[in-house]
Design a protein around this ligand. Structure first.
Ligand SMILES: [Zn+2]
Length: 431
């Protein structure tokens, strides 16, 4: 029950927030040739070829989602990255192991090459990636071919960040630490700086969770870090056990393992998150784990909605925007100036509304929490060019948005124009 109607925060201008440069305030943004050319208090509209009025809106760098499934037709749960732009403001996405060594070339040629959203990926340690979903990819450990994964990682190191491995017992059965060991070995064979993205959920034993955490190296990513998913025996073997954070989890955090949310359809539990955060392991990155299944679950794991949940957990707007822009951009560490509005950065801009008002959230285990503020996307239009043949994700009134991206609309719109005239402003002024 809403005791009072939600209220748009009333800034009558474009309220620009860029944690990468501690910027917050009324600004106009100029984009030319797909790059940020000006961020000033006042850009004369006469300079602009086209002005997008952002009065009353929150304007941030285009959001960066470190964990998504964006290999439609290839990963059995993939959705097109360009379609979730309109539902979660993402201009950069990372495929979390949709493809393995056997089908990564297909992902690269048929998806990355034809997608406007900037894509990066982890190569799955299983050579079939997630093509077999919902059949577990590592019940048969022979799918985890270290040499083949290492080769795929090394050959695609411009867009590949490392290896993905899913370590829950519903994926690896009783293979213990072996899949993670192979993923780490593949990264080490492939070259410097390759990272493991390690999915956790319920694992076979309580001790195994600590052993998994102990193997992760600084810079590796622990995704689904606040999962409260029980193991196959029904036991809770998560990073919080009996209300206490595992010492191995705190130690992992302290040596630089990245704690990534990866909400998804089954991997975010408020009771785990609250205890883990209170005991020293806040998230480094907020990611959605959006895919054709999770998008239709009650937790609505769209990135902006997950960010809103973390505001409800006490994080500031600045913190949650950092966790979905500059923080994951640092993990990606491939192209300069992703997740920022600094001069010369790609012209990736997200426009949202910050709404103050009572709001209810639910996690993936039916725990409910109330909040006082949330992010609303600017439009609720369905994207054009919706393809068929895959399950539509839910579009709710609470989620959708609008993005200006150097990879999306604007750069494309500008390309037909005279270069000397191609200046687009995101204006904080009334038109
Ligand atoms: Zn996932």
């Amino acid at each position: 029950m809403r005791s009072q109607p939600p209220r748009r925060r009333a800034a009558p201008w474009g309220d620009v927030l860029d944690p990468s440069q501690s910027l917050r305030g009324k600004r106009d943004i100029g984009i030319r040739f797909g790059k940020i050319e000006a961020v000033d208090a006042d850009i004369p509209t006469a300079r602009a070829l086209r002005v997008l009025n952002a009065d009353g809106k929150l304007v941030t760098p285009g959001l960066v989602d470190l964990h998504v499934h964006v290999y439609p037709y290839g990963s059995a749960l993939g959705i097109p990255a360009d379609e979730v732009v309109a539902q979660q403001c993402t201009t950069t996405c990372v495929s979390a192991g949709d493809a393995g060594a056997n089908n990564f070339a297909g992902f690269r040629r048929h998806i990355v090459a034809q997608t406007r959203t900037r894509l990066y990926a982890f190569v799955h340690i299983a050579n079939i990636g997630l093509a077999g979903f919902p059949v577990a990819e590592l019940y048969n450990i022979d799918f985890a071919q270290t040499d083949a994964a290492a080769k795929a990682i090394a050959e695609n190191s411009d867009i590949v960040l490392g290896a993905k491995v899913r370590m829950s017992d519903n994926i690896i059965a009783k293979h213990g630490l072996e899949p993670l060991k192979r993923a780490i070995a593949a990264c080490e064979q492939a070259g410097d700086g390759m990272k493991v993205m390690c999915h956790i959920g319920g694992v076979e034993t309580r001790q195994l969770m600590s052993q998994i955490l102990d193997l992760l190296r600084p810079g590796d990513i622990l995704t689904h870090c606040y999962s409260g998913f029980p193991n196959l025996a029904g036991d809770f073997t998560n990073i919080v056990q009996d209300g206490k954070l595992l010492p191995a989890a705190l130690a992992a955090k302290q040596r630089g393992v990245i704690f990534d949310v990866g909400h998804g359809g089954g991997s975010f539990d408020y009771t785990v998150a609250e205890a883990a955060i209170a005991q020293g392991t806040p998230p480094d990155t907020i990611s959605s784990d959006i895919h054709a299944v999770s998008g239709n679950t009650p937790g609505m794991p769209y990135l902006t909605w997950v960010m809103s949940k973390f505001m409800g957990l006490g994080f500031t707007l600045e913190q949650v925007v950092a966790m979905a822009t500059i923080n994951p951009a640092k993990v990606i560490n491939r192209a300069p100036k992703i997740g920022t509005l600094q001069m010369g950065a790609p012209g990736d801009v997200a426009i949202m509304e910050l709404v103050e008002g009572p709001v209810s959230f639910v996690d993936t285990r039916n725990n409910k929490r109330d909040g006082k503020v949330y992010l609303l996307l600017m439009t609720r239009r369905r994207p054009r060019g919706v393809s068929d043949g895959f399950q539509r994700t839910a579009i709710t009134g609470e989620c959708p948005l609008w993005v200006i991206s150097g990879h999306s609309g604007i750069a494309i719109a500008m390309s037909a124009l005279s270069p000397s005239q191609t200046f687009v402003g995101v204006s904080g002024m009334s038109a």
